[in-house]
Design a protein around this ligand. Structure first.
Ligand code: CP3
Length: 363
């Protein structure tokens, strides 16, 4: 599938911002914008299981388009409806969503690695994601670009080892510190699947690619460099070289290493990504100082401000816009929350957030 087969793009703000260029206002999208805070999403979920929605291109397209339709003209990107856990599934693991992720048979010791598929053909295992992307890109009719994504190896590793969410990271840390060499091998093996998966998404029509390292902040700076960084670099360099080898333009690459703000200088220098996402625990002025002009930034309002009412939202957005735009106008900033939107948010409060971003980030 080649780009020329798709409707022409009418809004390229996020593509320009990702390349560090000027935009009329900051492009804005919201992590988890297709999700349970939307009544129309809950309605689809009432009659379809979570992974059924992911695996059915018609349904995945429908929920991907829901926020774009509801907030017409206010969102500057869409993100394909899927989950980071489709990669462990493709590697041969069973994953349930009830309501959070649960792996009935997690990787308890390095011996369990042999249970994973020896090689993963993403074109077979994850074809449904590629089909959903191609179909959704057509369905968007060029209104906004479509983002593809995957989970980062460290975050996926922790789910595969813990068997679900965790507060302590006891099992994943046991692996890192007791079996460091086996851990590194597993991380790189996950990274190889992520490369093929992102390459496939770009070929299917994804116009930007984001890597979610949701648990990056659980690692010390040393352990982040030791364990997470090589696999993140493996993804950026692998995606770039494989697409280049096929003569396909490389879409902007975004890395959201949540909580790893200490690593911003290192990632800007050596990560190989065009955009770095930041959470709300770092001031945007400081983040910009740390990365210089090397990358664009994405973020970073605390999603819980959306529970604070219209005044709090407006004041926070105004402050955020001022900080990201300090001394550089609108160059190289993609506005987002500092993590995913949560299920209890009022849909009109999100609309107000988006309107405030348009108002306060305008040149
Ligand atoms: C860690 C992680 C996961 N999934 C994802 C991450 C990384 C981002 C982050 O840190 O939030 C990424 C993700 N998950 C989902 C998307 C869709 C695209 C979007 O709108 O952003 C994306 C980009 C849908 C989803 N993935 C999930 C839901 C909610 C489940 C439902 O529909 O019942 C959605 C809309 C389920 C999910 N999936 C995952 C968890 C922990 C949960 C349960 C927690 C929760 O309920 O929010 C794993």
């Amino acid at each position: 599938m080649q780009g020329t087969d798709f409707p022409p793009l009418k809004n390229d703000l996020i593509l320009r911002a990702a390349r560090g260029l000027e935009t009329e206002h900051a492009p804005v999208w919201v992590m988890r914008q297709a999700g349970r805070y939307l009544p129309e999403f809950r309605e689809v979920r009432a009659s379809h299981e979570f992974f059924e929605v992911c695996r059915t291109p018609d349904l995945a397209m429908e929920v991907t388009l829901q926020p774009i339709r509801r907030y017409t003209g206010l969102l500057d990107a869409s993100i394909i409806f899927s989950d980071i856990l489709v990669v462990p599934q493709a590697m041969g693991m069973e994953v349930e969503m009830n309501p959070g992720p649960h792996f009935p048979d997690p990787l308890n010791t390095p011996g369990d690695i042999s249970k994973l598929s020896p090689s993963v053909d993403v074109n077979k295992e994850l074809k449904y994601v590629f089909d959903a992307i191609t179909q959704t890109r057509k369905g968007l009719n060029g209104d906004v670009p479509l983002i593809g994504f995957c989970g980062a190896p460290w975050t996926l590793f922790s789910y595969m080892v813990e068997g679900g969410g965790t507060k302590t990271f006891q099992k994943s840390k046991t692996w890192l510190f007791k079996y460091p060499e086996e851990s590194k091998k597993l991380l790189l093996r996950i990274s190889d699947v992520c490369v093929d998966f992102l390459v496939g998404q770009a070929k299917a029509g994804a116009q930007l690619l984001q890597v979610f390292d949701s648990w990056a902040g659980e690692l010390s700076p040393f352990d982040f460099s030791e364990f997470a960084l090589p696999s993140l670099q493996g993804i950026s360099s692998g995606v770039r070289s494989k697409l280049a080898a096929e003569g396909i333009p490389v879409p902007p690459l975004i890395l959201f290493a949540k909580g790893a703000n200490h690593a911003l200088p290192l990632l800007a220098e050596q990560g190989g990504y065009d955009v770095l996402g930041i959470d709300w625990c770092i001031d945007p002025v400081e983040a910009r100082r740390l990365v210089g002009d090397k990358v664009a930034l994405q973020g970073n309002m605390d999603p819980n401000v959306l529970y604070g009412g219209k005044d709090a939202i407006e004041r926070t957005v105004e402050r955020m816009c001022e900080a990201f735009r300090k001394d550089r106008g609108s160059k190289g900033w993609i506005c987002n929350l500092g993590h995913g939107i949560t299920p209890g948010v009022d849909t009109e409060d999100l609309r107000w957030f988006l309107e405030c971003v348009h108002k306060y980030s305008r040149n």
